[in-house]
Design a protein. Structure first.
Length: 392
């Protein structure tokens, strides 16, 4: 079902916002915005959704700040068709906006992907592309993971400026290893330009991470994976992610990249106010097992994970819906906490005032979940982009 440019009344649902108590209320959506919130709204609408007695929860639409691909498409394909395919596939998992994520590749390949991204605008039934996340190439070869070693390079301000220009200033986040930026000049420049410097693919010491934070780094890329681990004599990037309150922390909650008890540990010690659930998904998400491509490398995809021939994980096939379900099940977090981890925290990091919260005047990016966190309906900028069969 696709409802475009219509007024929508959602009644008798639990509204879950970060840092507030859930409450039963009605929502009236008009012109892509949340026009009114209240109890027993008597508004005429083109479409009415009644959650009375169904134990439904409405949350801000999921924001995935780290996703390479889905449904056979990848950001590095550098085509409008790929970005269209990616944006079209995401509402079914509750995602209403995302950062198209590149990977470590040649200047030419990254430039082409950025040029394509500069011109892309999602339509009404698609998740909105908020910008681009550059994952590399300014990372540590010691923590490359599935990032091709031959394209890893030292941070370059001139290259960043060139790429930012090519992208139409749509680069919003860059994963960087701080030890590759000894004077922290690159991180300082990112911070000054409103770009999130996210520490990842890094073998940095705890002290080096502290230097990066002082220079403006404010996030950690996929906790536990491809970073210096915690050791009692060298806490590393993992230790910094746990202890440094100024860092938001990405987490891949597929129970493959992170054991379920490691996810629970992160929730208990870092807390819902700093965690950002991501998918780090590659093009095989939503497709059958088989051999797929990631940055020119063959990836063997099973029903559980995606791996290079050497066994290294190569992104995921995780959906945001499954990430939310997994975290809810293992942590028993509240709905407002889940709203923080799936949307609000990402919106804060990216400086998005109109997303990540359900409030009058904000973007009508919403997801309705049942009591088990299954996605029932997704609304992108006031348009119903996905609905389960029973709501058709």
């Amino acid at each position: 079902m696709l409802i475009l440019n219509k007024t929508i009344l959602i009644s008798n649902v639990a509204i879950a916002n970060a840092k507030t108590e859930s409450r039963i209320a009605d929502l009236f959506l008009e012109g892509g915005k949340i026009a009114e919130i209240g109890e027993s709204l008597s508004r005429e609408a083109d479409f009415h959704i009644d959650g009375n007695g169904e134990n439904w929860v409405v949350m801000p639409g999921f924001i995935d700040v780290h996703i390479h691909g889905s449904s056979g498409f990848d950001t590095m394909d550098a085509t409008s068709e790929a970005l269209n395919g990616l944006a079209s596939s995401l509402p079914r998992e509750g995602t209403t906006s995302f950062l198209a994520t590149t990977m470590t590749q040649s200047d030419e390949a990254i430039s082409k992907a950025l040029q394509t991204a500069s011109a892309f605008q999602a339509d009404e039934q698609q998740a909105e592309m908020l910008g681009v996340h550059l994952e590399g190439p300014f990372i540590s070869p010691e923590m490359a993971g599935a990032q091709p070693l031959e394209y890893i390079m030292a941070p370059s301000l001139s290259l960043f400026e060139k790429w930012q220009e090519l992208s139409g200033k749509r680069i919003k986040q860059i994963t960087i290893a701080p030890e590759a930026d000894p004077n922290m000049e690159f991180i300082r420049t990112l911070s000054a330009n409103g770009v999130v410097a996210s520490i990842g693919h890094s073998n940095a010491s705890f002290e080096k991470v502290q230097e990066a934070i002082a220079a403006g780094a404010k996030q950690v890329t996929h906790l536990y994976n491809q970073m210096s681990p915690f050791h009692h004599r060298n806490p590393g990037v993992v230790g910094a992610a746990f202890l440094e309150e100024g860092l938001a922390v990405e987490l891949i909650a597929d129970f493959v990249h992170s054991h379920q008890q490691s996810v629970r540990l992160a929730y208990q010690q870092i807390g819902a106010s700093r965690l950002i659930l991501i998918t780090d998904a590659m093009r095989a998400k939503g497709l059958v097992p088989g051999t797929y491509d990631l940055g020119g490398q063959d990836v063997q995809v099973s029903e559980r994970d995606a791996r290079l021939p050497n066994g290294a994980l190569a992104g995921s096939i995780l959906t945001m819906e499954t990430a939310a379900k997994n975290v809810k099940a293992i942590t028993h977090c509240t709905w407002p906490e889940l709203a923080a981890m799936t949307s609000a925290n990402a919106a804060i990091q990216l400086g998005l005032e109109n997303k990540g919260v359900i409030a009058t005047g904000k973007d009508a990016d919403l997801v309705i979940l049942d009591g088990d966190a299954n996605v029932l309906l997704t609304i992108c900028r006031g348009n119903i982009a996905f609905a389960k069969d029973e709501l058709q």
